[in-house]
Design a protein around this ligand. Structure first.
Ligand code: F6R
Length: 245
């Protein structure tokens, strides 16, 4: 894993935005994989500003988001789809037909996941996948477990994951769905290049385990050690536990 340590959250957002812009400039039809959460908010703000300034064109790009709450339609205000509209999609020139999302309201969640995998394959696979990481090591909604599912699948959320998503539901943890649809670790590892982004002291322990620990399904992000093209971009606070700095 190629580790890049930058001063703070803004420096991380600047570096990752520059990577996305460079990738889209070199290959306008890039297939992007995208996360939601607190971490990418500053990054998306930079991409929106760069687009407004004419520095990046999304017109040929495709996107696949990592996950969505099960039971929520995309127009629900707490859905990840709504989050993406607010922070990115509503402000850049992505073609709506090239924006892909797991449909949390699908009647058959397993079939919906199969549809998503097929759509990723039809698009030629994900060129650049951006990832956040949970404090328990989850990537997408692949929570620590004795075994992990390779492909997109319905997933059960850990209690801590539901707590950290409560903000989207006016602080009501009970309102956070217990299940979600998520890309699997195989979907993630099939991406040609991956950028894992983490900021803040709360991520220091899990970043250490991800980079320096054993490869284990108990820390799903540690599986990224098996991929040849992963850049970890972290701020100093999230890098605090790393041995080699
Ligand atoms: C969200 C996702 C999650 C988040 C992770 C970190 O689409 O896939 O794995 O990336 O929970 O969330 P934040 O950035 O809020 O700390």
């Amino acid at each position: 894993m190629n580790v890049r340590i930058l001063k703070d959250e803004q420096a991380v957002a600047r570096a990752v935005a520059a990577r996305v812009i460079k990738t889209l400039t070199a290959r306008p039809a890039t297939v992007l994989g995208l996360p939601t959460g607190r971490t990418p908010v500053a990054l998306y703000a930079r991409l929106v500003a760069a687009h407004a300034a004419g520095r990046v064109d999304f017109s040929q790009a495709s996107t696949f988001n990592l996950d969505e709450f099960l039971g929520l339609p995309g127009d629900h205000p707490a859905s990840y789809r709504a989050f993406m509209e607010t922070h990115l999609f509503g402000h850049v020139n992505l073609s709506p037909r090239r924006i892909h999302f797991l449909n949390g309201a699908a009647r058959d969640p397993v079939a919906e996941c199969a549809r998503y995998e097929a759509a990723i394959r039809r698009a030629g696979g994900i060129d650049l996948l951006l990832l956040g990481i949970g404090t328990n090591g989850h990537i997408g909604f692949n929570e620590p477990a004795a075994g992990l599912v390779a492909d997109s699948h319905p997933a059960r959320l850990a209690a801590g994951t539901r707590r950290s998503n409560a903000e989207l539901f006016d602080g009501r943890v009970q309102a956070v769905p217990r299940r979600a649809l998520s890309m699997g670790v195989g979907t993630i590892l099939r991406s040609r290049a991956i950028v894992l982004v983490a900021t803040g002291a709360g991520k220091a322990d899990v970043i250490k385990a991800t980079v320096e620990g054993l490869v284990t399904t108990r820390v799903p992000a540690s599986l990224l050690q098996l991929h040849g093209a992963v850049d970890l971009v972290v701020d100093e606070a999230a890098a605090a536990g790393l041995r080699r700095r």
